[in-house]
Write a protein that binds this ligand. Structure first.
Ligand SMILES: NC(=O)c1ccc[n+]([C@@H]2O[C@H](COP(=O)([O-])OP(=O)(O)OC[C@H]3O[C@@H](n4cnc5c(N)ncnc54)[C@H](O)[C@@H]3O)[C@@H](O)[C@H]2O)c1
Length: 193
């Protein structure tokens, strides 16, 4: 069985992503600040194994626990979808540093921590794909979204950096993150996004 981790899975894009992955047969570890009650019911109804880790994905200790849970429960991870994110709309001159940093923590630090933790498992397996959910705000400037735009620009930069780094080793990199190695832990393919 292939295993996917989806953050921000309680609602919205994260919930739908989990449902699509469940329909494709992925076992799921759902992560969110809120309990993923509806998403869990929906993906389990599709017949896949699913569990959740509730808490703040920018908390490094929580990310470590989630990695340990996935390792103990399934022993592998095929896909990480870094979807959890927060918006913050206010004129730049009114934004306090603490609020700005909070957006960076959730939208940029958390994907880094998750990519580090689950990416280490993927590198051991020589198999895996990481999908970072950015935004058009990561490519262009949109008014009154200084922190959000900065976080999504940073997330695209982080994605490029991880892809470039992994391209040098035995793990391939690419935008689709699939390749040709099979190891019995999710089927053929290796790579990073
Ligand atoms: N909805 C859009 O139009 C849109 C457009 C571009 C990009 N995005 C991006 O897509 C992603 C999902 O957007 P959405 O509209 O589904 O958002 P949403 O607000 O509906 O859902 C986000 C989920 O993330 C969770 N979350 C927030 N902070 C968290 C944290 N610190 N730890 C754990 N969970 C946390 C929330 O509880 C929520 O369940 C975000 O990264 C967002 O920036 C959304």
């Amino acid at each position: 069985m292939k295993i996917a981790v989806v953050t921000g899975a309680a609602q919205g894009i994260g919930r739908r992503t989990a449902e699509v992955l469940a329909a494709a047969g992925y076992g799921l570890m759902l992560m969110d600040m809120q309990p993923c009650v509806a998403t869990l019911a929906s993906v389990r109804a599709a017949g896949v194994e699913a569990d959740e880790v509730t808490g703040d994905v920018s908390d490094e200790a929580l990310v470590t626990r989630a990695v340990e849970r996935v390792r103990a429960q399934w022993g592998c991870v095929d896909v990480l979808v870094n979807n959890a994110g927060i918006s913050f709309i206010a004129p730049a001159e009114t934004v306090e540093g603490k609020a700005f940093l909070r957006v960076l923590e959730v939208n940029l630090l958390a994907p880094f921590l998750l990519a580090k933790g689950f990416g280490a498992m993927m590198l051991e397996q020589r198999l895996g794909s990481i999908v970072n959910v950015a935004s058009i705000a990561g490519l262009v400037g949109i008014g009154d979204r200084s922190a959000y735009n900065a976080s999504k620009h940073g997330l695209i930069g982080l994605t490029r950096t991880l892809a470039a780094g992994r391209a040098r080793g035995e793990v391939q990199c690419g935008v689709s993150g699939v390749g040709e190695d099979g190891d019995g832990c999710g089927g053929p393919g290796r790579g990073w996004v």
